[in-house]
Design a protein around this ligand. Sequence first.
Ligand code: ZN
Length: 162
Amino acid sequence: MTKIAEGKVVSIHYTLTLADGRVVDSSSGGDPLAYLHGAGNLVPGLERQLSGREEGEQLEVEVQPREGYGEIDASGNHVLPRQAFPADAQIRPGMGFHAEDEQGNLMQMWVTGVSDEEVQVTSNHPLAGEVLNFAIEVVDVRDASPEEKDHGHPHGPGGHAH
Ligand code: ZN
């Protein structure tokens, strides 16, 4: 059996449940998710705990915020003028967008509130501060192609189609 290690394309079925029992994401009923191990395709705590596992294994993985979507950073909350967004943009809480900081780095932001004048935004991921519980079934483990390693993601079923 091939073990999960850096440079392997791994297909998993997963269900993500939060501490309060809310299921926020699942591959159940669809194709398994394919990812390239060691390329940062998954949150670090999940990737770390999948290392060394084999096809056919089922496991429960708990991921703390610092190895998941981060702790909540109160300094990550900002208020922007509504004019900072395109006039015809449909802005609603929960939507994500990319913004540039002063250094020109692209950062992911999320809308938390909107009025006629202002838009409240945060750099905190919607799942920041959450303990993540993943129920995982390892469906397949294979070697990545040189092209997949080059791109940093898998191709084919469950991966990128391009
Ligand atoms: Zn690619």
